[in-house]
Structures are given as C-alpha cells and as structure tokens.
Design a protein around this ligand. Structure first.
Ligand code: TRP
Ligand code: ZN
Length: 868
C-alpha cells in the first residue's frame, strides 16, 4: 500500500473556497486517448487564491487562466492545486483519458461498443480536474465529437442545441443543460442504438420527448420501460404535484454497469437489466424491478437533482427519500401488501445484518473512506423506513405540506438531512427533535413487549422496553422516538377501540423512553394484540405470542401485512425450536396446528393469490441467520428444508389442486396475472419436494410460454436437486447462450446449486461463452449468488468456498474495486461462525490486507472487519 487511506468526517464539512458557475466541456472521443477540454468560470468565495481540484488517472495537457498559459500549479496525489488565481477567472484545463482501459466503470468508459459515463459519487474527477463535490453547482454545455459511423448518437444532459459534420468521418453535437448541477449528475453517451420514442404532455402542457436507447436488435424489449416511465411521470404529478422540467428525457441501457441505474439530469444511464424485458426473456420479478428502478431514477429529478446533497454524508437525503417514493409508486400501482412484505424482508434480512456487521453505520454516516462503500441497505432501505416513519407521524397531508416547504426552501440548492426534517417539522407542527436520532444512531433497536390483562379493572396494559445493542461504530445508544402501531382484537375478531385516560387514542403509540407502559381501558375480554402493524418502525419485536394467538392473527388481523407477519412469527418459533432439536440430534417437528393454519391459507377464498404466495414463503436462510449471534449454518439449512418438505407432503393435495387451477392460457403482465403465476409457482416450489416433483417440474418447463414459468421450473429443479435439473440447464443454455442478460438467471442457479460439487460447476460456468468477470452482472449472478445464497456450500468445512472467494476478490480488486467491495460483504461477518470457519475467513481477509495495491473500497471493509 502506497499510503494508508484516510477517513473523512461529517463534522469536518467546510463550504467551498470557490465555486464554478458555468462549465463548457468538449470531448474528442477516441478509445485510448480522449481529449477533454474543460472551460470553467471560477469565482472565489473565501479568502484564498489557491484553488484545489480533484483528479484521478488523468494526463494533464495544459492549463490556461483567462486565456494565458498558467504555470503556478502543482499536481499532488489525487488533486491539482492552482495558485495565484484572480477572483473571477476563466480556467481552461485540457486532460487526456483512456476510456478503453477503464474496467472500474467509473468516469468515462466503454460498455460494449459505446462510450458512457458514471460520475456518482466521485467519478467526474476521472474525466477532468474539477471541484468534484455536490455543493458546487454549475451550468453545463457539452460538445461531443466522435466517428459518425461508429457513434451516430452523441448524447449529454439537457437540450441538443447544435450539431455538425467534420473531416475524417467525424461529427459533433452540442448540448446545453439550463439547470445548474453538481458534477456527479453529468453524463455523456456515444454509440449506435435502436431508439424507442414516445411523448408525454405534463399537467401544465409541456411536451416532453421520451427516448429509450437500447443495443441494436433489442427494440422489442424496451416497451415496458417506456410504459413505466410514463406511469412514473403521471404518478409524481398526481401524488406529489411534481412535474418534469426539460423538453427531453433520455434513458440509455448499457451492459456494463456497477449499480442499477443513474439519475443524470435528462439522461439516465441504466444497467440493461433494468430496461430490457419481454415475456420470453424476463420474469415477472424483472418487470416489477424495471418499474421500480425507472420510477426511482425519474423521481430523483426532484429529490436528488432539483434539490441535491450538500455533501456525501447526506446521501440518504436523496436516496432514502427516493426509495420511499419509488416504494409508494409501486404500492399505488400494484399490491401494497406484497410490496410492503418484500421491503420488510429486505430490512429484516440483509439490512439488520448490515447493522450488526463491522460496517454498521447510521443512515447519515459519520466517517467514510470510500464513498462508494456507503451506497448501502442502511442508507437506502433503512433511510426509506425513516422517511416512512415521518409519513406515519405526520400523515399524508402533513407530509405533503412538508415536501412543499422543502422545495420552496431548497429548490436549486444543495441541502442536508437536517434541512429536510426541519421542513417537515415546520410545515406540520409535529415535533421531531428526538426523532432526529434516527439519522445519527446506528444499529437495530429491540422492542421487548409484555402485556397484562386485568379482568376486574377491565384494563389491558402493554409494557414496552426499547434497547439498542452497541455496534462496532458506536458504543453508546439512546432511546429513539419509535412510532408503534397497535391493534387489539376480541376473540370474535372485532377490533377494540383504543382508549387511555378516558380518551380515544390513535393506533400509533409514541415510544420515546427506555420503558413505557400504556394502559388501555374498557377492555371487556382478554384481547389478542397485533403489534408493530405495517412494520411501523425498523426494529426487532419481541413478544411471547402463543401459537393460537398467531394462528388467530393469521386469519383475523385486519390488514394483510399483519396476517403475513403472524405467519412469519409462527414459522420463526418452529424454526428456532427445531434448530435446537437438530443440534441435539433430534428430528424436525411441526405441529398439526401449524400445518392446518397454512392449509387454511391455501384454501382461503378471500385472499389474493399474490398474498397467499407470500404467506407460504419461508424466511430465507440469511434472515434466520440474523436471529443468532453465532449461527449453525447447516442446522438452519436442514430445518428450513425439513419444514418445506413437511409442508409439501402434508399439503400436497391442496397445493396440487391450486397448481392446476391456476394454469393460464395467454401471458399478460396485469397485476392479477402476476399474482396467479406467483402462487402457482410457489406451489410448484413445494411440489418439487413430493413424489410427483420431477414429473411436474419437467412438464412445466416443457409447457412454459414465458420466462417466469421457465425460471420457476428451473429454480424448483435446482433447489430440490431433481433428476431433470441437468437437462433443463443444458436446454436453457443452448437456447440463450448468446444473451448474457438472459444467461444471468442460469448463472445465478449455478451459483445457488446445492450440489456438493458446486465449486467445480461454477468454475466450468466461468468458462461459458456468455461469462466474463469484467461484466458486473455476470459476476454478481454467478459468484454473488454462491457467496450470498448458497450458505451450506459457501461455508463448507473444507474452506474451499472461502479460498475461491479470496481468489476472485484479489482479481476484482484491480479490475473493478466497486464490484469486489460488494462481493466481500459475507466475509466481513466472520464472527458469526464457529472458530474453525472464523480462522479460515480471517486468513482470506489478512491476505487481502497484505496486498500492495489494495483499493480503498476493500481496505475500508477489510480493516473494519479485522478490528471486530
Ligand atoms: N444514484 C444511483 C441510484 O440510486 C446510484 C448509483 C448508480 C451509484 N451508479 C452508481 C452509486 C455508481 C455509486 C456508484 O439510483
Ligand atoms: Zn437513487
């Protein structure tokens, strides 16, 4: 390691010494030598004549100040210091970069045949020396020059204002973005595409050209993205009153991309995974993912672009809020209950795990080495839960008033999380002083709840204790303001009106102290409580429910989420119990009452199919692992499988009947049809473990007229290790070997394969013609699924899984550190495993740490893990 990377601290924020009001960029695009000319209007704001600019992997050609060659400068590690600068200057910097050599996919790089950029968080500094910080907002003009035959489309932010031809077969296009923006929102694309076009008329009558750019030949996979975009634009007008603000909105799909998508002003760049879909190539899950991500990036236009972040510690200001908005969008368009369930699964699974890991951090981190490491489940998903809690406390009306005030105060500027909470508070009159702790405190709070029913007094009291365990980043924890949504039911299922001190009270209780007791009056019989309804706060709930209370709630709870949650709590009881059984060498047991409760769910006439499918889904191995300080990987896997097999065998008749009754003729992506497929394929997932398994799965694969049913069959064959597995996998690969995106589903199944020799087959798959470790989607599909979704084989006692992970990480460290840094997460949690496994994982982490070219991304995580 050349130099130990240094952390930056939130408390050290300083406003910029200068600002850049305008920048004019010219790109002369060549694969290995792209010349970037940046002409910036620089204004001094503080008492210093030295301007410090960020820059990485740049070749500096020249510097001019007000047209004159400038020599008063110094290039230091990662930056350029320009001295003796006049107060107001035109600064011209020429740099040369090598897009083709850029495998990190940050800055300007080549994806397939096209040039594209990724500048968030700190990638613009790989394009030119600049004040690469989000609180410097400039107006951009961009001229793109390239070969006309290879790159007929030359795109950048804003409006196309001029174009022309040049000698030597080259041409140029000039773009102008009227909205001042930070550098991370800059984008450029040059390539040859097919274009899907449409128009949208905003509610005030602005005509917006919509253009989706995809690789040639993929036009028939773009319509769903277009529909999703139009739905997003309409929804944001209706629900938030927010309208689009340019005459053109472009989306480009690229195959090489580190994340999901990027909200660059007027020119979103997307991982092709979140654009391309038709019924032959994409599953229902893919369709819903596209809708959510298209929405997410569109909603950033207001929450992210019009109001941006003052510094990167404030990332949740735009991400938590925009995730909240995209979740509301998906819930308004589809099933609110199913969306809520899936979001809660993410919080209770991987987000809680992150909170408990060496990388624990508050939604607004205090200290960062590599910003790319903080695009996390905590900042995004827990950040969204924090916004959602404010929504619960303020109500929709109060929340919308808060949004309005937030835009009135901060439109066109860079703001902080504190600014957002203040706007919410001031607009609604709801005090959020203690609530702000959610921004600074990391870790997952636990709510311990107990109840007492007093028959003579006709009172029912709930005692609620909150506590948060220390996390690696923060030893001391305080009591949070937690909205706790509660309902009480009579034995008849009737809801009891809540009353305290003679007055009716809202179902949302305000927990603000370490211990509180709520006494409800006029309770004429012992009630069944429904607690933490809608998962009203991202906390762990502990309440000693009996089986019969939970089976009661599975039927009688008024909202669907609470019914699902009761089912999950019932399963959790039996999973915990059976893990102990297995560890004691005993058999897995499930009570008849539990089996009957799930039989009741399957037979229900009133529940939506999509919801029944969720009720029937067991918690994941990862979620269960989170319940334990030290986890017995094999025992958990054994119990989950045994419960699945038991339910399959006991409920085979009901599952079979449902499976056959839900067969559809034609494929549509209506929400009702998606729900039916989801239930039918959930049934298939169980039936795979019965005697008819191989036959029914083989038949579904052969009959499938859409990718959802194809992948459901293959997933069932894979998980249940059916005889047909090999044939299905071979047939699929034959059919799709030329299409990396479609092959990702196959790579994922290879990574998840429970077979003992899975490492051999993974290594074979790495030689598949569709595989390339340079492509993040391929790597995440094959390697990521092995590390994250194949716990038994990854944690094999032999240590071969860990060794393999180490090899891959060392390779990716040099080619693409962002991808490496996401893959390493399961290794950071080594304290969760037994001593032998801990030692083997630690060896891999130590080997990484000793590398002399270890990237900041991995350095930050490895050192934190080894300190744990
Ligand atoms: N702002 C993007 C989003 O949330 C995230 C993103 C896209 C990103 N590409 C990235 C973050 C690369 C870091 C690095 O939609
Ligand atoms: Zn985002």
């Amino acid at each position: 390691m050349a130099q130990t990377p240094q952390a930056k601290y939130r408390k050290d924020y300083q406003s910029p010494s200068h600002t850049i009001t305008d920048i004019d960029l010219t790109f002369d695009l060549y694969d290995n030598q792209t010349k970037v000319t940046a002409v910036s209007q620089v204004k001094q704001l503080k008492d210093t004549t030295t301007l410090s600019l960020e820059g990485e992997a740049l070749k500096l050609e020249s510097i001019h100040v007000n047209g004159e060659v400038w020599t008063a400068y110094q290039e230091v590690e990662g930056r350029l210091e320009i001295h003796q600068l006049p107060e107001q200057t035109e600064l011209t910097i020429v740099t040369v970069i090598d897009p083709e050599a850029n495998t990190a996919l940050e800055g300007l790089y080549k994806s397939g045949g096209a040039f594209c950029t990724q500048c968030e968080a700190e990638g613009f500094r790989r394009i030119t020396y600049y004040m690469d910080r989000p609180d410097v907002l400039a107006k951009y003009t961009t001229k793109v020059i390239a070969d006309k035959a290879d790159y007929p489309f030359l795109l950048s932010n804003g409006n196309r204002v001029a174009e022309g031809d040049l000698d030597g077969g080259r041409h140029w296009v000039q773009w102008q973005d009227p909205h001042p923006k930070p550098a991370y929102l800059f984008a450029l694309v040059a390539g040859d595409f097919d274009v899907l076009r449409d128009t949208y008329v905003t509610k005030s009558g602005r005509h917006v050209d919509l253009e989706i750019f995809v690789d040639k030949g993929n036009l028939d996979r773009a319509p769903h993205a277009m529909t999703s975009l139009i739905n997003s634009m309409k929804w944001d007008e209706e629900r938030f009153g927010l309208e689009y603000d340019l005459d053109i909105y472009m989306i480009v799909a690229v195959d090489f991309f580190n994340m999901g998508a990027m909200e660059n002003k007027g020119l979103n760049i997307f991982n092709s995974k979140y654009v391309l879909a038709n019924e032959k190539t994409a599953t229902d899950t893919d369709y819903l993912g596209i809708e959510a991500v298209i929405g997410h990036e569109y909603f950033h236009n207001w929450t992210g672009n019009r109001v941006t972040c003052r510094d990167w510690f404030q990332l949740s200001l735009k991400e938590g809020l925009t995730v909240f908005r995209d979740q509301e969008f998906s819930s308004d368009l589809g099933s609110r209950a199913v969306n809520r369930i899936n979001n809660v699964r993410i919080i209770r699974g991987p987000q809680f795990a992150e909170d408990a890991s060496p990388m624990s951090h508050p939604i607004r981190p205090e200290q960062v080495i590599e910003m790319n490491n903080f695009y996390t489940l905590t900042v995004y998903e827990k950040g969204s839960e924090v916004i959602s809690m404010m929504h619960t406390l303020l109500g929709e009306e109060g929340f919308q008033k808060g949004m309005k005030l937030y835009f009135e105060r901060h439109d066109g500027t860079a703001a902080t999380c504190e600014d957002f909470v203040s706007a919410m508070e001031d607009a609604s009159g709801v005090e959020l002083k203690q609530f702000r702790l959610w921004y600074s405190q990391s870790g997952t709070p636990t709510l311990k709840v107990s109840s007492v029913y007093n028959q003579t007094q006709q009172t029912y009291s709930l005692t609620i204790e909150q506590s948060t365990e220390p996390t690696q980043d923060q030893a001391e924890k305080q009591a949070l303001h937690i909205p706790f949504d509660v309902e009480l039911y009579k034995q008849s299922g009737e809801v009891i009106e809540l009353q305290c001190n003679g007055k009716p009270v809202d179902s949302v209780l305000n927990i603000t102290e370490a211990k509180q007791i709520f006494v409800f009056e006029n309770i004429t019989e012992r009630p069944t409580p429904s607690l933490l309804r809608e998962f009203s706060a991202p906390v762990k709930l502990e309440y000693d429910y009996s089986d019969s209370e939970l089976t009661f709630l599975m039927v009688h709870a008024r909202n669907e989420f609470a019914r699902w949650d009761a089912g999950q709590m019932l399963l959790a009881k039996y999973i915990r119990f059976n893990v102990e059984q297995v560890q004691a060498g005993k058999e897995v047991e499930l009570s008849d009452a539990v089996i009957d409760a799930f039989r009741g769910v399957l037979l229900s006439q009133e529940l939506e199919p999509a919801f029944i499918a969720e009720m029937m889904s067991l918690p994941s191995h990862n979620e269960v692992s989170g319940w334990y300080k030290q986890v017995d990987v094999d025992a958990v896997a054994k119990v989950l499988k045994a419960i699945k097999v038991t339910l399959a065998i006991e409920l085979e008749d009901e599952l079979s009947a449902l499976y056959h009754s839900l067969k559809q003729q034609a494929y549509t992506i209506e929400h009702a049809a998606i729900g039916q497929r989801s239930l039918r394929n959930t049934a298939l997932g169980y039936l795979a473990y019965t005697e008819q398994g191989n036959a029914i799965v083989t038949a579904q694969y052969a009959d499938a007229n859409n990718m959802t049913d194809t992948i459901a069959a293959m997933t069932a064959a894979n998980s249940a290790e059916l005889a047909c597995r090999e044939h299905l996998m071979a047939d699929y690969s034959d059919k799709w070997k030329h299409d990396g995106l479609v092959m990702d589903k196959w790579f994922t199944l290879q990574g998840m394969n429970p077979a003992e020799n899975v490492l051999d087959t993974i290594k074979q798959a790495m030689n598949h013609e569709a595989f390339s470790i340079k492509n993040p989607n391929r790597t995440r599909s094959l390697i990521g699924s092995f590390l994250n979704m194949n716990p038994v084989r990854f944690h094999a006692k032999s240590g071969e899984g860990y060794k393999f992970a180490g090899e891959i990480l060392r390779e990716l460290n040099s080619s693409n550190p962002q991808v490496a840094s996401r893959l390493i997460d399961p290794l950071l949690k080594f304290r969760k495993y037994d001593a032998e496994r801990q030692a083997m994982i630690k060896t891999e982490l130590e080997t990484l740490k000793a590398m002399d070219n270890l990237a900041n991304d991995l350095f930050e995580k490895v050192t934190k893990a080894l300190e744990s």
